[in-house]
Design a protein around this ligand. Structure first.
Ligand SMILES: Nc1nc2c(c(=O)[nH]1)N[C@H]1C(S)=C(S)[C@@H](COP(=O)(O)O)O[C@H]1N2
Ligand SMILES: [Mo]
Length: 324
């Protein structure tokens, strides 16, 4: 018997978008209008050869930060995305993110550190240090992918900014530019832009925390958070903030986007944890993508997404059902 099959990673959206379900419930409540003014950063001089889309990157493979599990194909990694700045559908980022220009790109560094200022992205990175790390990415919506990232340890970048002893947290913001990001122009957006994330300082300095500038050996496609995004593999995907334009070292715990939207559903810590269910669905299992209707590919979710050896110590003595 012949039957037609859509690409194996093309999962019916209705099955997998609880974050959007939340949004739809709120759709008819007063929408937050994106602020009219785009984020204005002081101009910086453009360096040659940075952030060129599709450019091949140099890197050193890091077997100790890799996995033998099957990688999601490039097509799946770059066509099934969450990037609400471009819409809430999984295909929206791939469709619309090219409207964002990523070169030149600057990052404002603020707060409790010696090296505050505005930096051209390339001044925060040295391509000679790029590593490849193959990590599991586990979305809070209960799907996951294995993705080969290229980038640098987040700790290397943060240390060079010389945080002071008062820096207990580090906060990140995504670009806020409704002209380039159609999702930020939407009346129905539940996110109070810009998208915000944060980590405790010791989490940010953990060897697993990664600032990615590429995947599959090439610069990041816009839909995956070009030109630089976090990858925090033991936490739910929403902590891995994309297209970063601001880094702020803070004494107090920052407010983060999903926690602001629904604090009873999405916490600051957001560690992957099969023992702590989301109020509206189980976190015990996940669909490893690519998957399809005929092979849904459900697997058991592992505590800290399987990275407990590296990170469990960060949470010693903490009640993870309270600090979810
Ligand atoms: N700025 C921003 N960053 C974001 C998001 C977003 O909507 N906006 N979505 C997050 C979520 S929910 C996930 S699962 C991952 C998805 O990353 P990927 O599309 O590269 O797989 O990005 C995270 N980073
Ligand atoms: Mo997610």
């Amino acid at each position: 018997m012949l039957f037609k099959r859509s690409p194996s990673w093309a999962i019916p959206e209705s099955a997998v978008t609880p974050e959007s379900v939340y949004l739809n419930r709120r759709k008819f409540m007063a929408g937050t209008l994106a602020s009219a003014a785009a984020l204005a950063l002081p101009g910086v001089l453009k360096a040659e050869g940075a952030n060129i889309p599709g450019e091949t990157l140099p890197f050193t493979a890091m077997p100790e930060f890799s996995t033998n599990e099957d990688k999601a194909p490039y097509e799946a990694v770059t066509s099934y995305n969450n990037f609400y700045e471009f819409g809430t559908g999984k295909g929206d980022p791939a469709r619309y993110a090219d409207a964002m220009s990523v070169d030149p790109w600057s990052i404002a560094v603020e707060g409790e550190c010696a090296k505050t200022g505005t930096y051209a992205l390339e001044d925060l990175l040295s391509p000679g240090d790029y590593q490849e790390r193959i990590y599991r990415l586990r979305c809070v919506e209960a799907w996951s992918m294995v993705i080969p990232w290229v980038g640098v340890p987040l700790a290397d970048v943060l240390k060079r900014l010389e945080p002071t002893s008062k820096a207990k947290y580090v906060y990140f913001e995504t670009l806020h530019d409704p002209d380039q990001m159609r999702g930020q122009r939407s009346m129905f957006s539940v996110i109070d832009w810009p998208y915000r994330e944060g980590l405790r300082m010791d989490e940010a300095m953990n060897e697993l925390s990664f600032l990615a500038v590429g995947l599959y050996g090439k610069t990041l496609p816009n839909q995956n958070g070009a030109p630089a995004r976090l990858v925090i593999p033991w936490k739910y995907g929403f902590k891995s903030i994309k297209s970063i334009v601001r880094i702020r070292f803070m004494e107090g715990r920052p407010k983060t986007s999903w926690e602001m939207i629904a604090p009873e559903e999405y916490g600051f810590y957001a560690n992957v944890n099969p023992e702590v269910d989301h109020p509206r669905w189980s976190q015990k299992r996940e669909r490893r993508l690519p998957s399809g209707l005929l092979s849904p590919n459900w697997i058991e979710t592992e505590k800290f997404n399987g990275y407990g050896e590296q990170v469990a110590g960060l949470y010693k003595g903490m009640d993870l059902s309270r600090y979810y």
